[in-house]
Design a protein around this ligand. Structure first.
Ligand code: TRP
Length: 445
């Protein structure tokens, strides 16, 4: 078997992991969920979920990966030999594969919108026309499929180059670009007339807007956005050096991920209010409402190209992490070379993603009122990820030897982790109970 390579240092670790976390979840999903759930109160609850539940779980996944230094399945096998815990890893691999099935398709959409934007095709249309344009694009049997295939091919090239020369290099270029683009767009949005109305919408917690559904959506969103619940962070942490300060890196990643979500809101909501549109448009917010807004600004081609480029970059580094989880599993558990493993994964996911894209065309049957695309999203986000999150918190909270855990977190005793007791309490009780609430609610809602 080839040797495992590592990220080269702290900056590589943070940028690659933030690259995984920051994605469509932050820039596409978070704003429309905040918009539909009343703004400020939702965002407050989302942040509470991120810091009280998400952050401890990020640490837990990191600890498992740093200790075991193996793919998801291998990690559970190493830390819990002769038990059934490795099934949690298998579930993670399956979830990763299924998420890729639809995530690649949406990543392709973002590339198409970038392509349309630079050609100046997102101009002079009404929002109804943009809606028709979007609906007919995603339901066409050729274009979205071609983009999906291109995205898989690009990720394939990155991953074949390995952790240090592939994933880390790409993240080090794309993530700083993404931060700069976001800041430019946010400043631009803040200078629009009536921008303050959008800011007030985001930061004024109107308690009367909180619904139980909103709370649960916020929790689900926090997990999806942090790439939690399927061992994505276990896999990445297996490439961290042993001398990694886990709580610190976990905190930085958590903070940056939620910051990007908030800044995405600052890009979008002032613009929505400034042009007299409604924030509760839903999934079309980014593909239908934003083109309507961009065309009313000076230099519309510039701003819209910049935005869709940002979205595509964010999606790209996230889907890399999903692809790597499955690749690392195949590589290590079957003792394949990286090249052979990634090729196998790319071909398999190509079939699934193409089918998912085609499932939105009229050629495909709708199975129990959802398309394959919607099933992949639904099964992973509402079933597999929450179950994976509970499993990891129980595994680290109850099963893993506390001395070993403390040792990993404290880098073999080089500093003192003072909140260890609180931390264990969170993992043992608070996190599993809260996640189960989301799970049960989502199943029966
Ligand atoms: N976090 C990414 C986003 O916000 C998506 C993602 C990447 C993900 N890897 C994951 C979600 C693992 C859940 C699990 O778009």
């Amino acid at each position: 078997m080839e040797t495992r390579d590592n990220f080269t240092g702290k900056i590589g670790i943070v940028l690659a992991t933030v690259g995984s976390a920051v994605g469509l979840g932050n820039i596409w999903r978070f704003p429309y969920e905040a918009g539909q759930n009343g703004g400020g109160a939702f965002i407050l609850i989302y942040l509470l979920c991120v810091f009280f539940l998400g952050f401890p779980l990020v640490m837990a996944e990191f600890a498992v990966g740093v200790k075991a230094k193996a793919n998801v399945v291998g990690s559970f096998k190493l830390l819990a030999p002769n038990t059934k815990w490795f099934l949690v890893g298998i579930m993670g691999v399956v979830a990763g594969f299924m998420i890729m099935g639809f995530y690649y398709v949406v990543t392709g959409w973002t590339a198409e919108y970038f392509w349309q934007a630079i050609q100046g095709n997102l101009l002079h249309k009404s929002s109804e026309e943009y809606k028709v344009m979007f609906d007919s694009f995603i339901a066409s049997p050729i274009k979205p499929v071609i983009w999906t295939v291109i995205m898989i091919a690009l990720v394939h090239i990155v991953i074949i180059n390995g952790v240090k020369n592939g994933i880390e290099k790409v993240s080090k270029v794309l993530m700083p670009m993404l931060f700069v683009l976001m800041i430019i767009l946010a400043i631009h949005s803040l200078m629009l007339p009536n921008a303050m109305q959008g800011i007030r919408f985001m930061f004024e917690p109107k308690v009367e807007n909180v619904t139980s559904y909103g709370v649960l959506t916020a929790l689900g969103q926090a997990f999806f956005s942090l790439s939690l619940g399927m061992g994505c962070l276990i896999t990445y942490a297996s490439y961290f050096g042993k001398d990694t300060h886990i709580p610190r890196i976990a905190f930085q990643v958590t903070l940056l991920d939620s910051l990007v979500a908030i800044v995405a809101g600052v890009v979008i909501f002032p613009a929505v209010f400034s042009f007299g549109l409604q924030p509760d448009e839903g999934t079309g917010l980014v593909f239908v409402i934003l083109p309507t807004i961009f065309q009313q600004m000076p230099f519309p081609i510039f701003w819209s190209s910049l935005f869709y480029l940002l979205l595509a970059l964010a999606a790209f580094t996230s889907v890399i992490s999903l692809h790597e989880v499955v690749t690392a599993f195949v590589k290590e558990e079957f003792s394949y070379t990286r090249k052979k493993a990634v090729t196998l994964v790319s071909v398999a996911v190509l079939v699934l993603a193409v089918l998912a894209s085609l499932s939105l065309t009229l050629l495909f049957p709708v199975i129990f009122d959802k398309t394959l695309f919607e099933w992949l999203d639904f099964i992973t986000a509402t079933i597999l990820l929450p179950l994976g999150g509970v499993a990891v918190s129980l595994f680290v909270g109850w099963y893993v030897d506390k001395r070993i855990l403390l040792d990993v977190l404290q880098q073999e005793g080089t500093w003192k982790f003072r909140f260890f007791k609180t931390y264990i309490f969170l993992l043992r009780y608070l996190a599993p109970v809260c996640i189960m609430l989301v799970f049960v609610h989502n199943l029966f809602a």
